[in-house]
Design a protein around this ligand. Structure first.
Ligand SMILES: Cc1cc2nc3c(=O)[nH]c(=O)nc-3n(C[C@H](O)[C@H](O)[C@H](O)COP(=O)(O)OP(=O)(O)OC[C@H]3O[C@@H](n4cnc5c(N)ncnc54)[C@H](O)[C@@H]3O)c2cc1C
Length: 481
């Protein structure tokens, strides 16, 4: 299928110019390993096209030469989806050079931007116009619009605003044959058959390369109050969530839980971080409420009254409120640093799971006990987006474990056990991080056969030669592990 790498690279260099293509191993190296350091691959080269026309021409060239493509945004993904395999035969296609705002419609609260735009820059662009892009996550300094769309990212505001799927009004993508699917126009009503843009969202680069998107914005935050609460158990945290939902209504935007071990890990990792509360508490909850201009004046009183009510109901052991923006940010920095702090501690198996939200506290207790009993020395921690029925359930290796060998042996056994339990409880083995190469085998093992067959049929229809991100998310039945 793949005739001549040298001829392909020469043609790609002609097409993209000096800035658009490199084979320099030093320039390639940072992009060949995933954020968690779990996967390292090799690539023919790193292509960085500067426009949709260049992406289209490049994909056409890849099709002619039979070269597989691994699309990549900020490389902050958690499932190894943007890391090529070890053969060195694929081209890494970075969208990072494509990072401009194409159109800003302030009145209609919409922005159209290139897929390589970094999330944090998108936040700033919206803020400059008195608006807000209502999705954020810990990797916002690297994650790109194209990556967020392709993984259907979640983050910490899904409770109120939904995941990336809910923010996307239009999409432009280059398909496997190089043709450009242009659906950037934001139509509120459009019933011309399947919603093809939704098919691309969450497809992890296996159906097309997202080159631009039209995104919904909301009014800027005029006031926000963050409460940091201590609770005795995850069951009580869940009751606190219901209480806050009643008391705060649509101002409630974030409800994040962290066990004692995660908060301690962050305090050790970040020298500038301070514990929000004195004393020893089993669980910490970050509650965020926000208001636009209309509700700003009363927000603080509302939040304080809600948490006072929770005290009276015996739900909260202790609590503190952000007095200003700097303090609100400091609380969020602790939450956002849980993943990096844990990464710094050593190997762990991460499970980004969801079960129906009312079952999550019992699931976490059940799964933690099972994992710790079956694998002595392993510590199970669960943190994250309780409000969405989604936690990151991590099994941390005993100190001193070798990174690769532990993950490849014990780690895999732990993941099978956890994924079995998630499936038994009616949940999902990927709530927001996608499947990538990390979970492709587990999806094949545990997924509904009818759903798997549908995934394969869609893939076959849109990418019959399997050149777009091969080995990720969905593999032909013959290659299934
Ligand atoms: C500290 C930290 C915290 C995080 N917290 C969260 C969280 O709370 N919620 C959450 O959902 N995620 C979280 N993430 C994961 C990550 O930020 C998201 O998965 C994000 O969407 C990845 O974006 P990216 O641009 O880095 O994509 P990459 O990692 O580069 O790619 C991810 C996948 O998308 C594909 N892809 C990338 N760009 C394109 C494109 N233009 N067209 C087609 N396919 C493409 C890749 O091939 C790959 O399969 C976190 C990451 C970090 C580092």
């Amino acid at each position: 299928m793949f005739a001549d790498p040298a001829a392909f690279l020469a043609a790609a260099a002609d097409l993209l110019g000096l800035r658009g293509l490199t084979t320099d191993p030093d320039l390639l190296a940072p992009w060949l390993t995933d954020w968690r350091g779990r996967f390292t691959g090799r690539a023919l080269g790193l292509a960085s096209p500067a426009s949709t026309a260049e992406v289209s021409a490049l994909v056409r060239l890849c099709a002619e030469h039979g070269v597989p493509i691994v699309p990549q945004g900020g490389n902050s993904g958690m499932s190894g989806g943007a890391t090529p395999d070890g053969t060195g035969g694929a081209l890494l296609l970075s969208l990072r050079r494509m990072d401009t705002v194409r159109r800003f419609d302030v009145e209609a609260r919409r922005i159209t931007c290139d897929a390589g735009m970094i999330l944090e820059n998108l936040h700033h662009a919206a803020e400059a116009e008195g608006l807000r892009f209502a999705l954020t996550l810990g990797g916002k300094g690297s994650a790109t619009v194209g990556g967020l769309i392709s993984t259907n990212a979640g983050g910490t505001q899904v409770l109120r605003h939904g995941s990336m799927r809910a923010q996307v009004l239009g999409i432009e993508a280059v398909l496997a044959d190089g043709s450009v699917y242009d659906a950037l126009t934001p139509l509120k009503k459009d019933n011309r058959g399947f919603d093809l843009k939704q098919l691309l969202i969450g497809s992890e680069g296996t159906l097309g390369i997202v080159t631009a998107a039209t995104l919904a914005l909301v009014p800027a935050v005029a006031e926000r109050v963050v409460a940091w609460c201590a609770v005795p158990s995850l069951q009580v945290a869940r009751r606190l969530l219901l209480h806050c939902d009643d008391a705060l209504g649509t101002t409630l935007e974030g409800f994040e839980v962290m066990p004692r071990a995660s908060v301690e890990a962050v305090l050790n990792y970040l020298p500038t971080a301070r514990a929000p509360l004195a004393g020893d508490h089993a669980w910490h909850v970050l509650v965020e409420a926000v208001a636009d201009k209309a509700g700003a004046a009363v927000l603080r009183d509302q939040v304080e009254a809600a948490i006072a009510g929770a005290f009276e109901a015996g739900l909260v052991e202790d609590a503190v409120f952000s007095a200003n923006e700097a303090q609100a940010e400091a609380f969020w920095t602790i939450r956002d640093s849980v993943a990096p702090a844990e990464r710094a501690k050593g190997p762990a198996m991460q499970h980004d799971i969801s079960v129906p939200v009312e079952l999550m506290p019992d699931f976490v207790d059940h799964a933690s006990a099972k994992v710790e009993a079956a694998f002595p020395g392993v510590e199970a921690v669960a943190f994250g987006h309780l409000g969405d029925g989604n936690v990151h359930f991590h099994a941390i290796a005993p100190a001193g474990s070798d990174y690769v060998s532990w993950q490849e042996t014990t780690g895999k056994e732990i993941s099978s056990l956890v994924n079995d339990m998630v499936t038994e409880w009616g949940g999902s083995i990927s709530a927001e991080h996608g499947i990538g190469q990390l979970k492709v085998g587990e999806l094949e093992r545990l997924g509904d056969p009818v759903a798997l067959a549908m995934l394969r049929q869609v893939k076959q229809a849109l990418d019959p030669r399997g050149l777009l991100n091969p080995g990720k998310l969905v593999r032909p039945a013959a290659q299934a592990g």
